[in-house]
Design a binder for this molecule. Sequence first.
Ligand SMILES: O=C(O)COP(=O)(O)O
Ligand SMILES: [Mg+2]
Length: 241
Amino acid sequence: MTTDPSAGLDIPSGADLPPLALDIDGTLTTPEHTLDPRVFRVLPEWPAPVVLATGKSFPYPIALCHFAGIPERVIAENGGVVCVDERVRIEGDAERVAAAADAFRERGGELGWGDADTVNRWRETEVAARVTADEALLREVAEEFDLAFLDTGYAYHLTDPDVSKGNGLREAASVLEREPSSFVAVGDSMNDASTFAVAGESYALANADEVARDAADVVLDTGYMDGTLAVLADLIERTEA
Ligand SMILES: O=C(O)COP(=O)(O)O
Ligand SMILES: [Mg+2]
């Protein structure tokens, strides 16, 4: 597999390839948490819809689509926001999440992102805390307000339990007029388990946590974007066979 960011996937013309549901952090990134530059070559080349499914807030995956030159097809905030081809759906009890975040702060908790807090500033449905934040207090508040507590390895999230990336994928698939089971999903964390349950084929990267590993059809022995590219290369090879 190439590490050259300008190298393409070599997709045969007319190849019948599946739509993709791709996580961002740990999946399209390097171990240093930066975007792998091969993303900019590979995502626009893929001949079927690519849905980016992330725990990050809405502007992040939209910006990635914009700068990669692909249609805006995103699941943000772990499913709280779904935006596909001009259709936006906001899900979840944002007021309950905000009340939980207030309670966390009143009890001395700090989300840990500094004054500008660009991690939560544009969030519409959930709240995220830095992994250095008081985990026990976050869990306590999550339980009290009947919220899910997610630890992605990149952040902690307090999320409405009715919201998930998997439910977001169902919505995205319906807008795209595809079966959710026609998607191939790649991810690395517990917030991808619901996507894996909805997609027809699912891959956990070598850097994935236990929950993602248990939920995936296949656990890869390569990590990060190398692993994601290995999945794409295998899908291409299978259409050729
Ligand atoms: O926001 C996070 O905690 C992780 O983001 P991801 O879902 O793109 O991996
Ligand atoms: Mg991830």
